[in-house]
Design a protein around this ligand. Structure first.
Ligand SMILES: [Zn+2]
Length: 274
């Protein structure tokens, strides 16, 4: 019995020695190996900490910046959509000394204007349907505040503009006429989106004085709410090619008009902005 016990102890000792030899060969107790394992663990732990720090930064700082960026993006996006929408409705057509209309260009949705100065040609009392409707609203809103505003001229055909132009040139010469009148094909009135307005306080004349009347001031401050801009603003002749005309309104739709009004732009500048 004692021999058997001694034999078992011997076998166990032999196994223990055998295992130690294997582990030593595998480098298990090698200090370098242990150091490397420790180093690896430390690196892993530190990288975890860095990630947590970044996560904290994202939580505390970045959302604010992102929100601002998003607002700018959304605003830009909205502007682009507004412009696209107005373009699709044909409201942003650019007519000036560089961009002409064909002699036979005529809008197919002209509607009669209700409020007009009766001593002008009845052939010009039309605007495109949407512009006409909005013009009526503008006149009615002004009337509610006690101001009388009427159109003197709205749509002009190519032929009508040619007669006007030829008359101005005969009377004042081509150079002078070019600063205040448009050659045929270069007049915005041919689009059916432009309207010249006036008031009894200036005897229904088209004059710069209109800007100083109560009606003129009301129009300058409120026209954009109805989709109209003052197309040839003061001191923008170098851009528009025309002298200041506080009486000449151009319909571009409410959203674009508001943008142009708020930023003090001309239509040319608005359309050039990417
Ligand atoms: Zn005009």
């Amino acid at each position: 019995m004692a021999d058997v016990r001694r034999l078992i102890i011997l076998i166990l000792c032999a196994l223990l020695i055998f295992e130690s030899i294997i582990l030593l060969n595998a480098g298990f107790f090698d200090k370098d190996v242990l150091d490397r394992i420790n180093e690896g663990y430390k690196n892993y732990y530190n990288s975890q900490s860095d990630d947590e720090t970044i996560e904290e930064n994202i939580e505390t700082n970045e959302p604010v910046e992102e929100e601002e960026d998003n607002n700018i993006d959304h605003e830009d996006e909205r502007d682009k959509l507004d412009r696209l929408e107005a373009e699709e409705r044909g409201l942003l057509i650019l007519v000036n000394k560089q961009n002409h209309l064909d002699p036979d260009y005529k809008p197919d949705d002209l509607e009669p204007i209700r409020y007009f100065a009766s001593d002008r040609s009845s052939a010009t009392r039309y605007m495109r349907a949407e512009a006409a409707e909005q013009f009526h609203k503008l006149v009615e809103a002004a009337r509610e505040e006690g101001y009388e505003i009427v159109m003197t001229t709205a749509y002009r055909s190519y032929g009508f503009q040619k007669i006007l132009w030829d008359n101005y040139v005969a009377r004042e010469g081509e150079e002078a006429a070019n600063r205040f009148s448009a050659r045929p094909g270069q007049s915005e009135h041919q689009t059916g989106l432009a309207v010249d307005i006036s008031a009894p306080s200036v005897n229904y004349a088209l004059t710069e004085d209109f800007a100083n009347t109560d009606e003129g001031k009301w129009v300058a401050e409120n026209a954009h709410k109805f989709g109209f801009i003052i197309r040839f603003p003061k001191e923008k002749e170098h851009i528009t090619g025309y002298l200041y005309e506080p009486w000449h309104l151009r319909y571009v739709g409410e959203k674009v008009a508001t943008r142009i009004y708020e930023q003090g732009l001309t239509l040319e500048e608005y359309l050039e902005t990417p």
